[in-house]
Design a binder for this molecule. Sequence first.
Ligand code: SAH
Length: 242
Amino acid sequence: MLLDHPLSAGAQCPLTEDQARHLRLVLRLQPGDEVLAFNGRDGEWRGRFVVVGKRGAAVTLGAQTRLPDPDATAGPVLLFAPLKRQATDWVVEKATELGAARLVPVLTRRTIAETVRLDRLAAIAADAAAQCGRLDAPILEAPQLLDVALSQWPKDRPLWFADEAGGRRLAEITPRAGRLAPGLLVGPEGGFEDQERAFLTAMAQVQAFSLGPRILRAETACVAGLALVQSYWTSIGAASCP
Ligand code: SAH
């Protein structure tokens, strides 16, 4: 499970109220039961569940079981237009499983989602990270206007723009294997406006590409696009499975 605490042999790491409740009441852990802990920086550690007071809990760490993943922060960055709650939840869960390092909700002209519950999405990402054996959870950014997010995109990092109106086939995109995975931008249910498309395709680091002849749901495009980024991205250790 994801802890917000430095991990080292013998450390007693307090759990949040939600984590304590989940382990005590849902998973019904007993004192001494084993827990595998990670925090995104210190690898994975074997720990023992400890009850603290009436409702609290902690994990007392023993030995390290896996080294930190040097490529954790180099994974894909998903810029996606927030969708209806269930679809956004699903995108966050799947993007975590697909190794996204950072998730950036971008507000485009046709984005319809009003609010993005970052605390809720962070919990979904933490659960998905534990389930798929990641040693970190993706960084969840606060929602940004599309042009603000684009203005901050590094000049030397490819940004793959999933363009429902066309774009080149993946094979035509100049292969640029690099340590940092490309970013992926996916639009809202209503798609991108022509003005947004023109702005995007004028950016040197943006590569518009097609996910095929059919119009995918935005959440489908996020997963399909990330799967392609994963299969395309070559980096030492990036493909290493837990
Ligand atoms: N309502 C729009 C489609 C929006 S689909 C229309 O009918 O044109 C939501 C997002 O998913 C798009 O903005 C795009 O980023 C992505 N997407 C969907 N299908 C795609 C495809 N075939 N190729 C590339 N991107 C696609």
